[in-house]
Design a protein around this ligand. Structure first.
Ligand SMILES: Cc1cc2nc3c(=O)[nH]c(=O)nc-3n(C[C@H](O)[C@H](O)[C@H](O)COP(=O)(O)OP(=O)(O)OC[C@H]3O[C@@H](n4cnc5c(N)ncnc54)[C@H](O)[C@@H]3O)c2cc1C
Length: 422
């Protein structure tokens, strides 16, 4: 089967890997507009579940991703000078490193990679559809393929969030996942951060539009904007710097403030074109799962193509139905979370404040509890108990030991999987 993937992000590359693994006779080309090794964005977090999925699909590639990732074993939420500790662990990896590993793995498996090749217009899309059995649109949230296929092709819904955000790096070596909130005279501003490399991490800053404009972040250039954020968050960054640029590789493409686009589609298929990853659906970055979902689409599509043995329409019908069913619930969940962050000033100044709230804001424990239930369902008594006990350092050590133990068992099982494929 001849397949072309438009877009060499996590979705396009991982699909190419999974499809080639299942059927080496496929001729797969990935066209990516950026040069090899260049990407937007800094690090991403992911969870144990994704490692298991990767080991089941491509143990060799999974091991490389696992080895290049940085583990964090604690979450903290800081408001001004006060902190609440939340249990939990996960992994961070630089997006550029992840894509390099996938690129290398795809090449090893015989995928053709064409960098600096942009799918430009409707005529080119038509030609791709005619020359290939399948066109995989993995070209991100602003998918050009989706747009060029026609206004009704996928029934696309786009909605822009109201908070501006910026995706930056830092040379601060955080060892944990952190939410930090600071009150300014123009309103609240916050970031979440995580280690994504041995020598640094990723910080995503967000605030209400009014705060953004009030602070002048809408007018400051890249360097001045970062300097202002460094000043506001001096307590957290402790003299370290924020890094702009293109994931650290291309200083000519500075990171910039954006608004998140919620993407939904009534259908993920049209003729022999299929949408995967952000082109099909986005989930807000505070949910930390867009990359994982993009890779799960990739696995699912490759699996249905194999199961239907080259019957593209049958495979796409099944992928469309199963994929939308699986992602719909997750998207709704993530959406409740992003709505929660868009009400942040109201939450911190009114709903979660108490008469004894300090100058720099409400009690971080109250906010941590509310954050834990931001996706709906309220906070369970058990979780409340775990959170409270987790403020005691000795208890945190016990949780950490327990999580190290379960990770050790998982890693042993994964090593056996790797040994099995030689
Ligand atoms: C601030 C922020 C933080 C995030 N943090 C996390 C996180 O912690 N964990 C997580 O799981 N997810 C996170 N995400 C989400 C994640 O980045 C996306 O969900 C993921 O990148 C989607 O992968 P994709 O391959 O579908 O799209 P993309 O990664 O956007 O890749 C699309 C590719 O297509 C290429 N392309 C576009 N148009 C064309 C064209 N016309 N021709 C050729 N190539 C083209 C682009 O150059 C790009 O390489 C975050 C997102 C943001 C914005």
């Amino acid at each position: 089967m001849r397949i072309v993937c438009v877009g060499g992000g996590p979705a396009g590359l991982y699909f190419a890997i999974c499809a080639k693994q299942r059927d080496p006779s496929h001729e797969i080309t990935v066209m990516e507009r950026d040069p090899a090794g260049s990407t937007h964005g800094w690090g991403v977090v992911y969870w144990e579940q994704l490692i298991d999925i990767m080991y089941r699909n491509d143990p060799v590639g999974a091991q490389a991703v696992h080895d290049a990732s940085t583990l964090w074993q604690e979450q903290r939420l800081t408001i001004g000078a006060r902190t609440a500790y939340m249990p939990g662990h996960g992994y961070g990896i630089q997006r550029s490193v992840l894509l390099d590993l996938f690129t290398r793995r795809a090449r090893e498996l015989g995928v053709q990679l064409r960098h600096r090749q942009e799918m430009a217009d409707a005529a080119e899309l038509q030609a791709l559809c005619a020359e290939n059995d399948l066109v995989v649109a993995a070209d991100g949230g602003r998918s050009r393929v989706r747009r060029l296929a026609g206004p009704d092709a996928f029934g696309t819904r786009l909605e822009e969030g109201s908070n501006p955000y910026i995706w930056l790096g830092t040379d601060q070596r955080f060892t944990d996942f952190r939410f930090a909130f600071e009150r300014t005279e123009h309103g609240w501003i916050w970031f979440h951060s995580y280690p994504s490399a041995a020598d640094g991490g990723t910080c995503v800053f967000e605030c209400a539009s009014t705060t953004w404009a009030g602070l002048g972040l809408d007018r400051l250039d890249d360097a001045a904007g970062r300097e202002l954020l460094e000043t506001i968050f001096a307590r957290q960054l402790a003299g370290h710097h924020l890094l702009g640029g293109d994931g650290g590789r291309d200083a000519t493409r500075p990171a910039h403030w954006q608004r998140f686009t919620h993407v939904g589609n009534r259908s993920w298929r049209h003729d022999n074109i299929v949408l995967i990853g952000d082109a099909a659906h986005t989930t807000h970055f505070t949910f930390g799962s867009g990359t994982a979902l993009a890779m799960m689409d990739a696995v699912m599509l490759a699996r249905f193509l194999r199961q239907h043995d080259g019957d593209v329409p049958a495979a796409l019908t099944e992928f469309d139905r199963s994929g939308r069913l699986a992602v719909g619930r997750v998207q709704a969940h993530a959406r409740r979370g992003s709505d929660w962050f868009e009400r942040m000033d109201d939450l911190l100044d009114r709903e979660l404040a108490s008469p004894d709230s300090e100058q720099d804001g409400p009690d971080p424990m109250t906010v941590a509890m509310a954050m834990g239930s931001r996706h709906g369902g309220g906070i369970q008594p058990l979780r409340r108990h775990v959170l409270r006990s987790n403020q005691v350092p000795a208890v945190r050590r016990v949780y950490r030991e327990a999580s190290t133990g379960t990770r050790w068992l998982r890693d042993r099982r994964r090593a056996r999987e790797l040994a099995r494929v030689g």
